[in-house]
Design a binder for this molecule. Sequence first.
Ligand code: THU
Length: 160
Amino acid sequence: MKKLTIKTTVQVFHDIEELDPADQKLLNMAHKATKDAWAPYSRFSVGAAVLLANGKYLHGSNQENAAYPTGLCAERTALSVAASRHPKIPVVSMAVTVKTDIPINRPVSPCGSCRQAIFEVEQRYDENIKIIMQGETGDIYVCNSIKDLLPLSFTADLLP
Ligand code: THU
């Protein structure tokens, strides 16, 4: 038996002003996008914003449904907007945040399904996607690739 140790690096910032201007803009856009969420069931309004390689910024929010599994997460909403409107352009970064009745002051990170979906986009364009995560307030976590949040990923090359 041998052990495999997997390391993840997360950069931690205490203030949005410490981010570079493009990342600040993206995170602010994600905060704004929480206002468009349809989250009457969870009251957990998530905002996501993506920056494309052509400089375009797009955003999405979670859209829930009374039949719970039918709802969509903010990250996958934003990625769907990007892929539908700009199918040939890679996504270079994504910001995710949340708004709740009692403010969350630690970073929210993408759920497992969204990690897999973001991973697929990295593979599709062969480009890492920087992930910027924050609660309504508090520290900001930054990873340089979804692979940092999804070790031992399921990859399409296993499929026939
Ligand atoms: N949600 C997201 O939008 N993104 C995530 O990564 C985690 C969860 C949404 C789904 C649901 O509408 C609500 O947050 C509570 O789970």
